[in-house]
Design a binder for this molecule. Structure first.
Ligand SMILES: [Zn+2]
Length: 148
């Protein structure tokens, strides 16, 4: 931790105590070069992908929930569990955003299924609860029909 005043890397902790009811550690540091004191807070950073529901409510992305929906759509289809897991468990990294609209997860899952199995794709459209627009549903099926 460099000194904010002189940028020296030579600082030491003079005092350390929990803060915010234990969710953070407050540290009082002193710079060995300029002797000024400063405070740092150490707290856990939650980097989980957040899903924004249509209601505006946010919840942490759960790959198992996505995987469950994919499994239902792919039941008895020539798609392996490994393919589904690969998609669900790399989704968070693939998105590279702090949050995503719930519908966008559905759209990405549909693209993924469309590339491997049409039946699973149509099934997913019908089971994906967050995908509530009938117009969008029809539009997707039309697009599928137009595909070469
Ligand atoms: Zn300093």
């Amino acid at each position: 931790m460099n000194c904010p005043f002189c940028s020296s890397a030579d600082t030491r902790v003079v005092n350390s105590r929990p803060s915010d009811e234990g969710s953070a550690i407050r540290r009082r540091r002193e710079c060995s070069v300029c002797s000024r004191r400063f405070t740092t807070y150490e707290r856990a950073q939650f980097e989980a992908l957040m899903v924004v529901k249509r209601s505006g409510r946010r919840e942490a992305f759960n790959p198992d929930k996505l995987l469950q929906k994919l499994r239902i759509a792919c039941n008895k289809r020539p798609i392996t569990e490994k393919q589904l897991r690969e998609f669900a468990y790399t989704f968070e990294d693939a998105v590279q955003l702090p949050e995503v609209q719930a519908e966008e997860i559905g759209v990405q899952a549909l693209k993924f299924l469309k590339s491997i199995d049409d039946v699973a794709y149509i099934r997913f459209l019908s089971v994906y609860r967050d995908f509530d627009s009938v117009d969008r549903f029809i539009e997707e099926i039309k697009q599928l029909g137009d595909a070469p």
